[in-house]
Design a protein around this ligand. Structure first.
Ligand SMILES: Cc1cc2nc3c(=O)[nH]c(=O)nc-3n(C[C@H](O)[C@H](O)[C@H](O)COP(=O)(O)OP(=O)(O)OC[C@H]3O[C@@H](n4cnc5c(N)ncnc54)[C@H](O)[C@@H]3O)c2cc1C
Length: 279
């Protein structure tokens, strides 16, 4: 009989996990536990009624690399990703290196950071900008969604009931210029908290791709401004850089942006990044 509650499962295979989840549909995946145990120091822990520990699922701890992709299991710790060094796109390393302290980074998993139900955290913006895709599994099917669809706002994460994030696939293109900037803090919750990433691909002094994404209480990306400078020679002419900042200014004016001064801070960040690429 399955009437018992307050259970902690330690499945070592995905079929075991999904079978337990089918019997206890309210069970919550437990990764590094830093969100689930948040603010519970020096008190009796308040945990979800049923827990599915992901710790013993070997395939969620794997990291693989092909010529085109880096694939990271959802249970890989933030510190282990940083330790991979140059294999990891710089924008992602920069964002992960700014998370908490080295000790806490040894606990937080990339899957837990992406699947935080309350806010979009530091990994979100670079993964969206890098066109990362996430593998999501249930007991009966596997699907892939883009980071931008998964983390889109407003609304909850694109995670169905009893669906698990298992793998993150990151294209390994070379981004010659990458800057990640954290605005206030997403943790604890701050309206203007979030992170912005600005990346450029440059070949033979020609700008071939450009991305700017912010993720926090909102997710911002203006695909229109990403294309206007493609094909231009570097350093960019000043008027092209100014045109780019004007496009962003118009875009930001049209958006509802929460938090004190966030709009102005984002604009200054974008302007500084693009002026770095101009004469
Ligand atoms: C002191 C401290 C400082 C922090 N500072 C920062 C910071 O600067 N920047 C930042 O980005 N974050 C920061 N964090 C937050 C941390 O990234 C989040 O708490 C993150 O959600 C934790 O990941 P976790 O592996 O501990 O997940 P857990 O706490 O185990 O889980 C978090 C949520 O994700 C769900 N989940 C986990 N894995 C999966 C999966 N594979 N599939 C589906 N659902 C899943 C869980 O069910 C739960 O709802 C900080 C945390 C602490 C404790």
């Amino acid at each position: 009989m399955d009437a018992l509650h307050n259970q902690v499962f330690f499945p070592s295979t995905l079929p075991e996990l999904f079978s337990a989840w089918a019997r206890f549909p309210d069970a919550i995946p437990f990764a590094g536990g830093t969100e689930l145990l948040r603010n519970q120091g020096r008190q009796i822990l308040n945990l979800p009624r049923n827990i599915l520990s992901l710790d013993q699922l070997d395939e969620l701890h794997r990291i693989t690399r092909t010529e085109r992709y880096l694939e990271i299991g959802a249970m890989v710790k933030i510190s282990d990703i940083i330790r991979l060094g140059k294999t990891v796109p710089e924008a992602l390393t920069q964002s992960l290196s700014g998370i908490a302290s080295p000790q806490v980074r040894n606990l937080i998993t990339i899957g837990g950071n992406i699947c935080n139900p309350f806010r979009r955290l530091d990994a979100a913006a670079p993964l969206i900008a890098l066109d990362a895709r996430y593998e999501l599994r249930t007991g009966s099917e596997t699907r892939w969604v883009s980071g931008s669809r998964f983390s889109a706002l407003p609304g909850p994460l694109a995670l169905n009931p009893q669906e698990l994030l298992t793998r993150i696939r990151i294209p390994l293109e070379q981004w010659q210029y990458s800057v990640y900037k954290k605005f206030a803090d997403q943790y604890p919750l701050d309206e203007s908290g979030g992170g912005a990433v600005f990346m450029a691909r440059i070949q033979k002094n020609i700008l071939i791709d450009l991305r700017m994404v912010f993720a926090g209480q909102i997710v911002l990306r203006d695909k229109n401004s990403e294309t206007v400078l493609v094909g231009k020679q570097l350093p960019l002419e000043r008027r092209d850089a100014v045109h780019f900042t004007e496009l962003w200014e118009t875009f930001l004016q049209a958006m509802e942006i929460p938090g004190f001064m966030l709009r102005g801070k984002l604009f200054n960040f974008i302007r500084a990044c693009i002026l770095n690429l101009s004469d």
